[in-house]
Design a protein around this ligand. Structure first.
Ligand SMILES: Cc1cc2nc3c(=O)[nH]c(=O)nc-3n(C[C@H](O)[C@H](O)[C@H](O)COP(=O)(O)OP(=O)(O)OC[C@H]3O[C@@H](n4cnc5c(N)ncnc54)[C@H](O)[C@@H]3O)c2cc1C
Length: 322
């Protein structure tokens, strides 16, 4: 390909979404990534549209709303959605005490309060809504093929600084997630370890979430042929090894609220490190006429925010280029 106008560093969902958005806008883009997209944190995301472990809410809300619309339009295209691993599913979030409606409730379809009959024992409140589920091992390869269609090359290359990219291109987008700690020396980025268990899906088709319950985070996310059970959120823990005790505990917690999981075949366990930060870094700087856009620190919501942040990045590039 001819010299890229933009180098996106990072091949997770943030980088691939930015590259797609920019390529669709007619920009010549190249992606540099230390690991193949299927080996990123993004590939182990559960992944349900839901703003979780991410701030600030006044920026997150509009980004999440864009993501909702984009994923819903893919899912509602019934020839495309299942092929690329994007589904709309009804979800119920459970609470042991009544709580105010979440600030994002206005962005989702079919929002309502659960009826008492819908609440498992021990819960006194629930919200029901429809939201996208994204099966990352299917979705990420589709994004790669989309980028290929736009002529965007994905180069496996780790860099120690932004300099090599800035030497080649006038615009660099930094979507390195946890890697931003070292790449740009950002000490505000830290890992929050997550572990999930995959079981065969059977007839389950409703997402179930209990983020605040006394037994720990519990979620059940039916995808295509499997269902992802979670979860774990361990601040500053870097281990990618499975914790077998957590595996057992996750399955027990989930089966308590969804008894149909009992006896389902276990298909695998995944561990990933959420790239958390006190707030998402989406800003830009100009050095010697070159534009650097930073887009990382999406915590437990990188998939949810991917398209909204990519739009924001595209707009910053357009403003810079005039
Ligand atoms: C168990 C679990 C469940 C989750 N569930 C959900 C969910 O349901 N919904 C949701 O929205 N989110 C979820 N998340 C969060 C989501 O996975 C992350 O927020 C998201 O993957 C972040 O994407 P990213 O592209 O910014 O980072 P990453 O996926 O980590 O990608 C970073 C990229 O940068 C590259 N890189 C890093 N350093 C360098 C360097 N020096 N040089 C070159 N390349 C570099 C890496 O190789 C990689 O390609 C979950 C996370 C976990 C762990």
């Amino acid at each position: 390909m001819s010299t890229p106008e933009i180098i996106v560093i990072g091949g997770g969902v943030s980088g691939l979404s930015c590259a797609t958005e920019l390529a669709r806008a007619g920009r010549r883009v190249q992606v540099w990534t230390a690991t193949a997209p299927q080996q990123t944190t993004s590939s182990v995301a559960a992944a349900f549209w839901y703003p979780y472990r991410v701030d600030p809410i006044e920026r997150v809300g509009p980004w999440a709303a864009v993501g909702y619309e984009r994923f819903a339009s893919i899912a509602n295209n019934l020839t495309l959605g299942p092929k690329v691993g994007v589904y709309m599913r009804e979800a119920i979030e459970l609470f042991t005490e009544p709580v105010p409606d979440p600030p994002w409730s206005r962005y989702v379809d079919m929002f309502r309060h659960a009826t008492p009959e819908e609440l498992p024992p021990g819960y006194r409140h629930g919200i029901v809504f429809e939201a996208p589920v994204i099966e990352m091992p299917v979705y990420l390869p589709w994004m790669v093929s989309e980028l290929d269609r736009y002529g965007v090359e994905i180069v496996i290359r780790r860099v120690d600084s932004l300099a090599p990219a800035l030497d080649l291109a006038p615009i660099v987008v930094n979507t390195t997630g946890l890697g931003a700690r070292e790449l740009v020396g950002d000490a505000r980025v830290y890992p929050v370890r997550g572990q999930t268990v995959r079981l065969r899906r059977g007839a389950l088709d409703r997402v179930l979430i209990d983020e605040h319950g006394p037994h720990g985070i519990t979620y059940v996310i039916p995808r295509g042929s499997d269902v992802v059970l979670g979860g774990v959120a361990q601040d500053h823990v870097e281990s990618l090894a499975e914790d077998p005790e957590q595996t057992v505990a996750i399955v027990q917690r989930c089966a308590r609220v969804e008894p149909r999981l009992v006896g389902a075949e276990q298909l695998g366990v995944s561990v990933g490190l959420r790239p958390c930060r006190d707030e998402v870094r989406l800003d830009h700087e100009v050095h010697d006429g070159k534009l650097i856009v930073h887009n990382y620190g999406h915590g437990g919501s990188g998939v949810t925010l991917s398209w909204g942040c990519a739009e924001d990045v595209r707009q910053r590039v357009a403003d810079h280029c005039g």
